[in-house]
Design a protein around this ligand. Structure first.
Ligand code: NAP
Length: 243
């Protein structure tokens, strides 16, 4: 089995698969974006792109993979398409693990947008947004000289951030009080985030609600066609049912 990862649930899935089917070979694949990724212990890991859908199809055949599980991030749309194509051309079964989207609840002040450019346009002049986006998604905002964002990312940016920006090098906190303190101490006016779903990075959304801040919420790309499981348990059940 090949698990395409880069997410906390991919790691949890690998552990669940190994616990349930210890005799089966499980490979975890990562793109290699993070220098020190969190990994499950003792798992076979391969790192780096496959060279598109054809490269992935060739890997599936060469490694004798019988099932590929796409557990990449909900915004990793390119990989989701590649997995779909590669599995079809290699004649290998595919499952998609996709955690549910966050839904607004009472007290939320969400501004729904469909892309980064629209998120950038949604910010008023003078805004002090918290860009909880990752370093590769900041460029539209760097062209707005009239805002002073705080950007949080795990790895340092390749280019220095524009003047007036604040850089926080950290993983997202799972504690909404810590997220609220960060926003309060930095005089944040808006939160900009993508609708990643899941519990691990929801704390910032809860913190914005607590502080009454508007949230520019970027919608997900459409899910690929085919079977979609929302949880690790659903994936395990689907594999068990298929025999
Ligand atoms: P993407 O645009 O869909 O993928 C770009 C390319 O990266 C793919 O075509 C593939 O290269 C390679 N790739 C992606 N995931 C891979 C994997 N698990 N194993 C091997 N190669 C992989 O994805 P992205 O948005 O750049 O995200 C890259 C990775 O970071 C994903 O694995 C994702 O789970 C993780 N991640 C993404 C986000 C996010 O916000 N997008 C957040 C957290 C984690 P080839 O075409 O050469 O095979």
């Amino acid at each position: 089995m090949l698990v395409l990862g880069g997410t906390a649930e991919a790691n949890a899935l690998v552990e669940a698969l190994r616990a349930r089917w210890p005799e089966r070979r499980v490979i975890l694949s990562l793109a290699g974006r993070t220098r020190a990724p969190h990994l499950p212990e003792g798992v076979a890991v391969r790192i780096g792109g496959f060279g598109g859908a054809d490269g992935l199809a060739a890997f599936l055949v060469a490694e004798g993979i019988s099932l590929v599980i796409d557990a990449t991030h909900p915004f990793a749309a390119g990989m989701a398409r590649n997995v779909q194509k590669a599995a079809a051309s290699a004649g290998v079964c595919r499952l998609k693990l996709l955690r549910p989207e966050w839904q607004p609840v009472e007290g939320d002040r969400w501004m729904a947008v469909t892309c980064l450019a629209e998120a950038c346009r949604a910010l008023p002049a003078g805004a002090r947004p918290f860009l909880a986006l990752g370093r590769q998604h900041l460029s539209p905002f760097t062209r707005r000289g009239d805002i002073s964002p705080l950007a949080r990312m795990i790895e340092p940016p390749e280019q220095p951030l524009p003047e007036g920006w604040t850089l926080v090098l950290a993983r997202p906190s799972s504690d909404s009080q810590a997220e609220a303190a960060l926003m309060r101490e930095n005089g944040i006016s808006h939160l900009v985030t993508r609708n990643a779903g899941g519990a691990a990075s929801y704390a910032k959304v809860a913190a914005a609600r607590e502080l009454g801040l508007p949230v520019v919420m970027i919608a997900r790309p459409p899910a690929p066609e085919g079977t979609v499981c929302e949880t690790v348990e659903d994936v395990v059940a689907a594999i068990a049912a298929a025999g």
